[in-house]
Design a protein around this ligand. Sequence first.
Ligand code: GLP
Length: 244
Amino acid sequence: VIFESSQEASLLVAREIANLIQRKNELNEPCVLGLATGSSPIKVYEELVRMHKEEGLSFANVVTFNLDEYYPMDKNDMQSYYHFMHEHLFHHVDIPSENINIPDGQVSAEELQQYCIDYEMKIISYGGLDFQLLGIGRTGHIGFNEPGSHVNSGTRSITLDHVTRVDAASTFLGIDNVPRKAITMGIGTVRNAKRIVLLGWGISKAGIIKKTIEGEVSSQVPATYLQEHNNTTFVLDTEASSEL
Ligand code: GLP
């Protein structure tokens, strides 16, 4: 779906999420959301906060699982995804803190593998993700599933691609400060979501959006695996869709 502006598109995506939260509230079931970081979802979160404040949208029954976190990463660090999510969403809504799940960038190297398995199992214990929000990296990564990621991969640690570290360099005040690793949900984890919405804004995403939507399905562009998911929408602005 192509919109003239990312603002207009973000309002509609936020409305879809709000409707899902309300439907689940009426059923008295938890609403299990997979959430993303980066600049792409910021306006969606802004709008959800507005709906909470002005329309009384309650997050009391919402359970969230974030896609990824740098590793190692102190959660109090300004660059952590933990910090990002609290700043843009969690501090401003009534979600119980025990309902928030973000991969822990401080887990020890010895515990890391088991930690990732437990994160995956916790998602499964809720019956999987009702909705997964995604951005896309220039390498075609979703979460931090870099080229080479297996279609059935689960939550695990991963080595970041050089391009991804270059893109993160400004936030970290230089590439040397960007962590070399991350914890990420897998392609399999994401593809098990009942509904997926990928956001793509701006001219810098036009090339990778073309490959993702029109290219051959391949582990070299992990986002192409979404072509095979039966309930995914790519929500784009005019610039991001300009090469389609
Ligand atoms: C990071 C995140 C991704 C995100 C991507 C794009 O790599 N791990 O989940 O989609 O950045 O970020 P942006 O939305 O700022 O373009």
